[in-house]
Design a protein around this ligand. Structure first.
Ligand code: PAF
Length: 283
């Protein structure tokens, strides 16, 4: 059976108050819709972790630094609801815009440190927009558990930091990236890849995996990153926006592999920007 679609905060609060009154735990899976198997893996994890699961669908204008990107973002509410039907989620919260940003809304949540560099350097205001909407969704749902994909690793760190710093009583659970058989990380942007670009797209993960293995085996970081960059471009990408090794716990730049790390990249295929990352664990 399809879950109820709630568009007003009062309706969401009425539902969560009933569940909490019955002593049930609540999980939230925040999304912007255009659901794919990556999102559904979060829903599966949430169903296993809590009594009640809310999936939120809200294309958050405040996290888009490019108006064209916002306009092009797929809006597929009906098919999203169909995809969620087999999971038995308890509510799909698709807030009307004024339920998130009412007239006169004047607050921005800005997380420093982990939001610096990487996507933060190339998408001005993006993480402020993410942090602001995620803080609102945490407070509106009152969820004890929240599920995010590791594909957006920097976003996951921003969200963990905001929950910790604002004393929001929610446990953030990061879930592994889901990939196509050829290694391409699932993303709502993949549908915008023309055939030739789609064929080239796995080069990003292949290059990251190769560099991670080389660094783990003792190769110099600079050389491994230069090789990976060349492989991404040779594989058909037009440009590499960033490719960096960072500490997994803090996202601080790393010159040597002295602690668990993450290799993160963003690259462009035509007008589609793809991001990916892989763990690099010291031997
Ligand atoms: O990852 C996303 O889909 C979005 O950034 C999120 C977390 C739902 C906030 O709008």
């Amino acid at each position: 059976m399809s879950a109820p679609i709630l568009r007003r905060l009062a309706d969401l609060r009425a539902a969560t108050a009933r569940w909490r009154g019955a002593g049930e735990t609540v999980a939230v899976v925040p999304t912007m819709g255009a659901l794919h198997e990556g999102h559904l893996s979060l829903v599966r994890a949430a169903k296993a972790g809590a009594d009640r699961v809310i999936v939120t669908i809200f294309v958050n204008p405040r996290q888009f630094d490019n108006p064209d990107d916002l306009a092009r973002y797929p809006r597929t509410e009906q098919s999203d609801a169909q995809k969620l039907a087999p999971f038995g989620v308890d509510a799909i919260y698709v807030p009307d815009p004024d339920q998130v940003y009412p007239a006169g809304f004047a607050t921005t949540v800005s997380v420093t440190g982990v939001s610096a560099g990487l996507c933060g350097a190339h998408r001005p205001g993006h993480f402020d927009g993410v942090a602001t909407v995620v803080a609102k969704l945490f407070l509106q749902t009152g969820a004890e558990l929240a599920y995010f994909g590791e594909k957006d690793f920097q976003q996951l760190m921003v969200v963990r930091t905001l929950a910790r710093d604002l004393d929001i009583a929610v446990r953030i659970i990061g879930c592994p990236t889901v990939r196509e058989a050829d290694g391409l990380a699932l993303s709502s942007r993949n549908v915008r890849l023309p055939e030739q670009a789609r064929a080239a797209a796995p080069a990003l993960y292949a290059a990251l995996s190769g560099a991670a293995a080389a660094i783990r085996a003792g190769a110099g970081i600079e050389g491994a990153l230069a090789t990976a960059r060349a492989q991404i471009l040779a594989g058909g990408y037009d440009s590499v926006e960033y490719l960096e090794l960072r500490a997994a716990a803090t996202l601080a730049p790393l010159a040597v592999l002295g602690e668990p790390a993450r290799l993160l990249a963003a690259a462009h295929l035509g007008d589609v920007r793809l991001i990916d990352n892989v763990p690099v664990i010291p031997a």
